[in-house]
Write a new protein. Sequence first.
Length: 174
Amino acid sequence: MSVPEHNSVHKHKEKAKKSIRCFVVTVSDTRDETTDTSGQAIKKYLSNEGHQTAGYRIVKDEPHQIEAVLNEALGAGDVEAVIINGGTGIAPRDATYEVVSRFLEKKLDGFGEIFRYLSFLDIGSAAIMSRAAAGTARGKVLISLPGSKGAVTLAMEKLILPEIRHMVSQLQGQ
């Protein structure tokens, strides 16, 4: 049995913008545009829902490179949301979470919690090693995902696409 959406949430979603301008970032030491299946999947999901890709970058898993691309994306006037994938694990080179955490002004703890729960249902206990996170930064939505295509698919289908319009509208005071 599904839980009905609260009426006020439904009304907010109806008023939300129809097309969100998103900046997509892939953090990887090995991927390029031809092998970045996760970044390409994010862009395709966004496009299929009527959203726009305002920018796309692939950066190495180096804190200064991640920080530079986030400064670029968050500084762009036409960007409303940034979705970054990769570098969220616990391997020595995984640096995305630390950089993203410094940018987040309001954390959406429920995003990471629910993402890890849904991942647990899919992959089991390895889900505890995900440091997926979301929140707001400089008036924009900032979402950080693991780099696997399965994780990106799960997050896009179950969490991001159902809520991104609502998140951006709330953030913009609409």
